[in-house]
Design a protein around this ligand. Structure first.
Ligand code: 5GP
Length: 140
């Protein structure tokens, strides 16, 4: 399947819609999910166009995973998390809704279930504060 540059994450990359960014370099952007399945739920994406795992360049995939690790380490501190769940969906049958490769990085606490997907839209001021905390932890 071809990459569609009209997807929502491509619009975030082009600055056409806002995002609560937590990390950015030449190859990767990380930002908070607006419908988090737990507090601090982040998405890590390559800047280069890639629909998903099936077409991403290996170097971009490696860069995304390296940033996912750093975001996870920051989440452990900021959210006093006890664990991290990574998820990554590919194509409609694989659960993918947005067709620009993304890795979900989700802080976890023992005994706390994830919220169902798309069940709760977080308040922008909460996301802004969490993003600021994660940016600070990633710089420190
Ligand atoms: P998928 O099911 O494709 O793996 O996950 C897509 C994710 O994108 C969902 O968790 C959803 O909450 C998130 N999402 C959808 N639209 C937006 C948006 O406009 N901004 C942000 N930050 N996240 C979004």
């Amino acid at each position: 399947m071809a990459y569609d540059p009209g997807n929502i994450f491509a619009k975030i990359l082009r600055g056409e819609i806002p995002a609560h960014k937590v990390y950015e370099d030449d190859h990767v952007l990380a930002f908070l999910d607006i419908m988090p399945r737990a507090a601090g739920h982040a998405l890590v994406i390559p800047k280069a166009p890639a629909r998903n795992l099936l077409d991403v360049e290996a170097g971009d995939l490696a860069a995304v995973m390296a940033v996912a690790q750093r975001v996870a380490q920051a989440q452990m501190k900021v959210f006093t998390a006890e664990g991290i769940t990574l998820t990554q969906h590919n194509e409609k049958a694989g659960g993918q809704e947005v067709f620009h490769l993304h890795v979900h990085v989700i802080p976890r606490h023992a005994g706390v279930e994830l919220l169902p997907p798309l069940s709760h839209t977080e308040a922008p001021d909460v996301l802004a504060q969490q993003a600021a905390q994660l940016r600070a932890a990633l710089m420190g």
